[in-house]
Design a protein around this ligand. Structure first.
Ligand code: FES
Length: 81
């Protein structure tokens, strides 16, 4: 699965770095290196709602405090399928 986090200026201000840190930590904890590829991207046109995050081609926007829950539900949850 490719996880892309927007690091455009608006998302940077909204905490994209925090989200990346949480995702990196969780990828390590769950031994998902090689299974989940974390990438950065420029603006996804999602800045109004929160930080743009894409799982493969599916676009989401989230707040930094939602990152852990999002990882469990969508990334870990998505791996089990
Ligand atoms: S800067 Fe991140 S979606 Fe626009």
């Amino acid at each position: 699965m490719v996880v892309t986090v927007c690091v455009g200026s608006s998302c940077h201000l909204k905490g994209s770095k925090q989200i990346i840190d949480v995702f990196q930590k969780k990828i390590g904890e769950n031994a998902l290196d090689g299974k989940v590829e974390l990438r950065g991207s420029f603006c996804m046109g999602q800045c109004v709602n929160g930080v743009g995050v894409k799982l493969d081609e599916q676009l989401y926007s989230l707040q930094p405090e939602e990152a852990e829950r999002f990882f469990s539900e969508h990334i870990l949850g998505g791996m089990k399928k």
